[in-house]
Design a protein around this ligand. Structure first.
Ligand code: NI
Length: 258
């Protein structure tokens, strides 16, 4: 079975020191392609280093909404220009995070960075990886006014079934990860049930969002199997089929040869 892990942070210090064994475990479990996602300049550079070292790894570069503070225009452009590297397949992760940010002026700054990064992606015909936490209305407004021309993914989709339609109407993919396995996670399970197979991507967001039953430990790409198992059970389809379709979806979105 071939699985495409479309959102991992092997560039995170918690994983980077043990990257060989972590990748080996993932490969043993059938993960044959991995997209390593940056959240600032340094982590984007590290994602590229990993993609240079392992031919089945790819990189995304961008500045996460929680990391924009204190970043000037030149640093932003420097980060986005890393996308000139041939192993960079997307701009991300970018978006809005209102969970920790309550101040209106800071939220405004997040919006400006999000729009600038979408515009850059559009000018360079690159897909985007969207981080959206508790900011759905503003996020959708921005996307509707700045349509991602090369599409993108709503990473760790956390919205309702009703909002799902808006995201799908924008032509975006839906990334599902650990929360779909949580025992009390009613909404993610409903979303997994109704999301069209041709728009679904599998991811872990490791080292975060460890799936059940390993919650409380550090997440890593091998655990994508638990996400796959749960989605297959919810949809009543074989794991192999879901793995195949989501693999193809990722290759299409990120323009990677199978
Ligand atoms: Ni992430």
């Amino acid at each position: 079975m071939d699985i495409f892990e479309t959102h991992c942070h092997l560039n995170d210090d918690q994983l980077y020191g043990r990257i060989d064994e972590i990748i080996e475990r993932a490969r043993q479990a059938g993960v044959s392609k991995l997209l390593v996602v940056g959240w600032d300049y340094e982590s984007s550079l590290k994602a590229i280093k990993i993609a240079e070292e392992y031919d089945f790894c790819y990189a995304a570069v961008g500045i996460h909404p929680e990391n924009i503070y204190g970043v000037d225009e030149i640093s932003l452009i420097d980060t986005l220009e890393l996308s000139k590297h041939p192993k960079v397949v997307a701009i991300g992760e970018i978006g809005l995070d209102y969970h920790w940010t309550k101040e209106p002026e800071k939220r405004e700054l997040q919006k400006q960075f999000f729009i600038k990064q979408i515009k850059y992606a559009n000018e360079h015909n690159l897909p985007i990886i969207i981080h959206n936490r508790e900011a759905f209305e503003d996020c959708l407004n921005i996307l509707e006014n700045n349509k991602p021309v090369a599409s993108g993914t709503m990473h760790c989709y956390s919205g309702s079934v009703e909002l799902l339609k808006n995201v799908l109407d924008l032509g975006l993919y839906i990334g599902l990860d650990g929360p779909v396995t949580f025992k009390n996670a009613k909404t993610p399970k409903e979303v997994a049930d109704v999301v069209p197979l041709d728009r679904l991507l599998l991811e872990t967001d490791c080292p975060y969002l460890t799936p059940h039953p390993f919650r409380g430990t550090l997440n890593e790409p091998v655990n994508i199997r638990l996400v796959l198992d749960e989605i297959a059970a919810i949809k009543g389809l074989s794991k192999k089929h879901i793995a195949e379709v989501t693999f193809d979806n990722a290759c299409k979105l990120f323009r990677i040869n199978k």
